[in-house]
Design a protein around this ligand. Structure first.
Ligand SMILES: [Zn+2]
Length: 121
């Protein structure tokens, strides 16, 4: 008759002392068992919700504009964006020798200094 055991335990949920019939019993009754189970599930959800909030929402923003501000050598597109002019304006400035460009292969490179000179900065 090994199965006929009686152990006094404290309920994991309400803390009330009860007589357990098996070693695996943790609660005084089914009511506390399901109540505790629901509570644990809710805590789990809350915990994962908190963790989700701690995580950075997105990578730091490195927009095109920010990078251009820090560059010393710019393409025609970037130079246009930097001074708020169109590509055509930049190309016109280049062809009229108002804006100096360097060439790397077929690429036109405009220095930040040349742009500054354009405005006498
Ligand atoms: Zn209980």
């Amino acid at each position: 008759m090994a199965s006929n055991i009686e152990i006094t335990k404290n309920c994991l949920f309400c803390g009330k002392e009860y007589t357990a019939k098996t070693l695996v019993t943790k609660y005084c009754g089914h009511h506390c068992n399901s109540r505790h189970y629901k509570q644990l599930r809710r805590d789990e959800k809350l915990q994962s919700f908190k963790e989700a909030k701690v995580k950075p929402e997105s990578k730091p923003h490195h927009g095109f504009n920010i990078d251009i501000q820090q560059k010393d050598f710019l393409s025609i597109d970037e130079a246009a964006l930097l001074i708020g002019a169109s590509r055509r304006t930049i190309q016109r400035l280049i062809s009229s020798n108002k804006l100096q460009v360097g060439k790397i292969g077929s690429r036109s490179i405009i220095t930040r200094k040349a742009i500054n000179n354009l405005f006498n900065i």
